[in-house]
Design a binder for this molecule. Structure first.
Ligand SMILES: [Ca+2]
Ligand SMILES: [Ca+2]
Ligand SMILES: [Ca+2]
Length: 643
């Protein structure tokens, strides 16, 4: 009976293949290659021990690669429910459709899959079966392959070419998976790519994955070419990423990150579109070299926040959407385009650099909080760029407008410094609310300044950047309000302010017509570089450049720094077009009679006044209110100078 069925199977066509296979399928099959062709279902024959037919021709003995042989008909092949084992040394090739329960590829075995559908399934309950690779599993040539069931790779998987379509399939890699050209596509059913091992992209070709990825403690190395991760939903936890020079890793679709993601990116790591978001416990990016490039799509830090500890770049002239909390402790660079804030909070305690484009207040409640450094720069300082921030901004760090224009619609400063370098402009729509910190520089504030408790200190005094001039002429094109606790700090190093690039003292210029200037608070006067003013010297510390202004009020306190300006006394004059500082008393000079020469006339003056006490004595050179030997020594040490 069985023999007759076999005959019909062999000679009557494929209809009976599955029937016969089903009958033979159960059990364990071990690869034992008997044919020169190493294809899974290869059949070969030899004239061996099967006798002769009625025409005296030898009857063939048919062999397969599973150790079976049979006279006159083909032996059976693994079918549904079969357990298939490829021992070490096996080198098998799959170019046909198969349906088995499981496949085991041993360490030392090679299995090359070119074409066909590989279905791993338990026929009794239709649950997925498993292919376990401990050896080398290759996907070869440019064919379209179909996978159903579970593929577990703990060995080496190399996808050389072609497309793998996932149809209710899960690829679980804890070994090494290398992809070169082609793709893994989310075709039908529920599919997943679980990577807890290493995924390497090699060769200069492109590879695309649309199967949802779940990565944990994994490594992704894009060594060459382009790897595109485009699944609709992906999760990545504690993944180490690297992209070699010339290579590209593209993120499309939705990617949820948790834990820490680090890596050296010598090539390009690009969010081309889609969504990158932090999980419920937040996530940290620490990408170095060229960093993480956000071009388009959405970045959502969620309520726990996405923290950038490395380099995060907003690139190209796209409109991007930011939501949730983005914390920058590393370097954040906005190169171009518009970043729309939609219920977003950007918290910078590292360095943020803005070059061109906008950070726009779009929907919801948005904020920019700078406790670090926010630099406005232009890639080409000879062609300065503009950057606009319409998100409510609070500064307690450093805002440094190095060149070009920075527009901040609503800027509140509670501490720190807003610095406008010479030639640069900081624009505000609503009055800059200075509740603390300093406004410094030699550029222009375009807009009003309401200084309730901050310090206006023209020039830039930065010990880390000694090339910047601590003396400056700062222009305010807008109304100026100084409150009771405001400070205006003026440094003196000479009386000549004719060279705006190298002024000798600090000044604020109010430009524009009909400005309102309310003066109040404290005027603080210091000297620099050992400068000592003379009685009668004047300094125009607050001037208007327009034809009129409405100036009211006066400083309630004038502080003269006793360390740099000992015994200097000043008076503030409120003139129609300026507020002027006049030196009413200067420290003594060894040239007592002020004839330009320290000689015996000055020595005699001190001797005649010797012992006198009181303030304002010309002979009291060191200003301690007594004429004594200290003053005499001052003359002796300076004797002959100026003569
Ligand atoms: Ca200064
Ligand atoms: Ca003299
Ligand atoms: Ca004295």
């Amino acid at each position: 009976m069985r023999r007759s069925i076999m005959k019909r199977f062999v000679w009557s066509g494929a209809t009976f293949v599955s029937l016969v296979s089903a009958l033979l399928a159960q059990g364990t099959w071990t690869w034992q290659q008997q044919c020169s062709n190493n294809e899974w279902s290869a059949i070969c024959y030899a004239d061996a021990g099967c006798g002769y037919d009625q025409n005296n021709n030898p009857v063939h003995r048919y062999f397969n690669n599973w150790g079976l042989s049979q006279c006159s008909v083909s032996p059976g092949l693994p079918g549904p429910g079969s357990i298939c084992i490829f021992p070490a040394g096996a080198n098998a090739f799959l170019n046909s459709n198969i349906n088995v329960l499981s496949i085991g590829i041993s360490n030392g075995a090679v299995f090359s899959w070119q074409d066909g559908s590989l279905t791993l399934r338990n026929p009794s309950d239709n649950s997925p079966g498993t292919l376990s690779n401990l050896g080398l599993l290759r996907m070869v040539n440019s064919f379209g392959r179909n996978l159903s069931g579970v593929l577990v790779n703990t060995g080496t998987l190399v996808h050389e070419d072609g497309s793998n379509y996932f149809n209710g399939a899960s690829l679980q890699n804890s070994g090494t998976a290398e992809v070169r050209l082609g793709g893994w596509y989310n075709n039908t059913g529920t599919n997943s790519l679980v990577n807890t091992g290493t995924l390497n992209k090699t060769t200069t070709s492109s590879f695309t994955i649309t199967v949802p990825m779940q990565q944990q403690n994994a490594t992704v190395n894009v060594q060459a070419g382009t790897l595109t991760l485009s699944a609709g939903s992906n999760t990545h936890q504690n993944v180490s990423w690297s992209v070699a020079s010339g290579a590209t890793l593209v993120l499309n679709g939705t990617h949820t990150f948790s834990g820490t993601h680090s890596g050296a990116i010598a090539g390009t790591l690009l969010q081309r579109t889609g969504t990158v978001q932090a999980g419920s416990n937040g996530a940290t990016f620490n990408f170095t070299n060229t960093g993480f490039q956000w071009q388009d799509g959405t970045l959502n830090g969620g309520s726990a926040g996405l923290t950038n500890a490395g380099l995060l770049r907003m690139v190209n002239s796209f409109g991007r959407n930011l939501s949730g909390v983005l914390v920058n402790t590393g370097t954040l660079v906005q190169e171009d385009g518009t970043t729309y804030f939609n219920g977003a909070s950007l918290q910078n305690s590292g360095t943020a650099e803005v070059r061109a484009g906008r950070w726009d207040n779009n929907t919801g409640t948005n904020s920019l909080v700078n406790t670090g450094t926010l630099n406005k720069v232009s890639p080409d300082p000879n062609n300065p760029t503009s950057f606009s921030i319409t998100v409510n901004t609070t500064n307690s760090g450093l805002i440094d407008v190095q060149n070009g224009a920075l527009s901040v619609s609503n800027l509140t400063q509670t501490a720190g410094e807003a610095r406008i370098r010479r030639g640069a402009t900081l624009s505000v729509s609503n009055p800059l609310a200075m509740q603390g910190g300093k406004l410094t520089g030699a550029g222009q504030l375009s807009g009003a300044l309401t200084n309730t408790a901050g310090t206006i200190a023209p020039g830039i005094d930065d010990p880390d950047q000694p090339d910047l001039n601590p003396l400056g002429i700062l222009t305010i094109s807008g109304n100026l309000t100084l409150g009771n606790d405001a400070v205006f700090e003026v440094e003196l190093a000479g009386t000549d302010n004719s060279d705006p690039a190298n002024p000798q003292y600090d000044r604020v210029v109010i430009s524009g017509f009909g400005r309102t200037v309310q003066v109040n608070g404290t005027l603080r006067v210091k000297a620099r570089d050992g400068y000592t003013p003379a009685t009668g010297d004047t300094f125009d510390i607050l001037v208007r450049s327009g034809s009129s202004w409405n100036r009211t009020g006066a400083f309630h306190t004038v502080e003269v720094d006793p360390d740099t300006l000992p015994c200097v006394q000043v008076e503030v004059r409120y003139l129609s077009d300026r507020v002027q500082l006049v030196v009413t008393r200067a420290p003594g000079s060894a040239d007592i009679n002020r004839d330009g020469c320290v000689d015996d006339a000055d020595l005699l003056a001190v001797l005649f006044a010797f012992g006198q006490t009181g303030s304002g004595l010309a002979e009291d050179i060191n200003c301690d209110e007594v004429v004594d030997d200290a003053d005499l020594l001052s003359v002796l040490f300076a004797f002959g100078s100026g003569c």
